[in-house]
Design a protein around this ligand. Structure first.
Ligand code: DAK
Length: 264
């Protein structure tokens, strides 16, 4: 069954085990304003709470952009205090994306710039068309990324290239983004749906609860010392072993049959 919630600036659909969230301002290249970000947060909260949803896909409407960044008009009109409060609120959304206990796939076709790339970097997979363009061009506006861009880009591709992209504001094509391990997969536009489906199909064979634990172990562990992170991994391992699904997975292996997971 497909459930569609139509909102002006964001589309939120559930089909089978997949929730698709579409940034829906194609005329403004899906630029992020407060309305989009509020609806995005609501959609993610709903998808996380819905036990039927296994995977979340985040994408942009139209064929030109995933998202061209924060809405420059809205940014320009903010006072210093409004900008600080907005900043904290936006950072909370991207951090929440990393805590959502379900895989989030960014499906990218076209511009993926500024705040758009910041959203994509908070996702767990980035699957892009070969015509997609990536960058953090904030320096050209005499501002800096404020939605996690300076930190997540550095963690994903390393300091040398991160500083180059941040300081020059250069846009790179998907193939270069792939080389830098900024994205997982690059395909021609006509193969994008199939590439996303292939990842979803693979993830659906896994236990949802295990995927959630893996995501927490990686994302939270990255912020700890190695010693703390290893301890945290052991705690997550303990939680994984306590699930019904792990009992089923281990037993199915010994029974030489395919496991059937329930996400519990
Ligand atoms: N905001 C608002 N409108 C945008 C936009 C944006 N970021 N990007 C494009 N648009 C609008 C254009 O104004 C234009 O609207 P109309 O003139 O038709 O009404 C329409 O989208 C089509 O764009 P163009 O006519 O410019 O199309 P082109 O093909 O010529 O160029 C482009 C495409 C992507 C190269 C160009 O639009 C462009 O350079 N856009 C701006 C890209 C950019 O600089 N992005 C970074 C924005 S700053 C923070 C969190 C996040 C951020 C900051 C703080 N905190 C939590 C504190 C993030 C900041 C940013 O993202």
């Amino acid at each position: 069954m497909t459930e569609v919630h139509r909102k002006t600036v964001l589309l939120y659909e559930k089909h089978g085990k997949v929730a698709t969230v579409t940034l829906n301002r194609p005329k403004a290249l899906n630029a992020l304003n407060t309305g989009v970000l509020k609806d995005l947060r609501d959609a993610l909260v709903d998808a996380e709470a819905d036990a039927d949803i296994h995977v979340i896909v985040l994408t942009g409407a139209g064929d030109r952009a995933f998202c061209a960044g924060a809405d420059i008009q809205e940014l320009r009109d903010k006072s210093a205090i409004e900008a600080r409060d907005w900043s904290l609120w936006v950072q909370e959304i991207t951090s929440y994306m990393e805590r959502v206990r379900k895989p989030i796939l960014a499906k990218i076709n076209g511009f993926c710039l500024g705040g758009g790339l910041e959203l994509a970097m908070a996702c767990d997979f980035r699957i892009a068309t070969d015509k997609s363009l990536f960058g953090l061009p904030e320096v050209n506006l005499a501002i800096i990324p404020g939605g996690g861009g300076t930190q997540r880009l550095t963690r994903l591709i390393g300091k040398t290239k991160a500083l180059e992209l941040l300081m020059t504001g250069t846009r790179i094509y998907a193939e270069e983004a792939l080389r830098l391990t900024l994205v997982n997969t690059v395909v021609p536009v006509e193969a994008l749906d199939a590439a996303v489906e292939a990842v979803i199909k693979e993830l659906r064979t896994k236990s949802a609860v295990t995927l959630g634990l893996l995501k927490l172990a990686v994302n939270n562990g990255l912020e700890m010392s190695l010693e703390q992170a290893l301890y945290y991994e052991a705690e997550c391992f303990g939680s994984a072993l306590a699930t019904e699904d792990s009992r089923e997975g281990l037993k199915a292996f010994l029974d030489k049959r395919k496991a059937e997971f329930k996400g519990k």
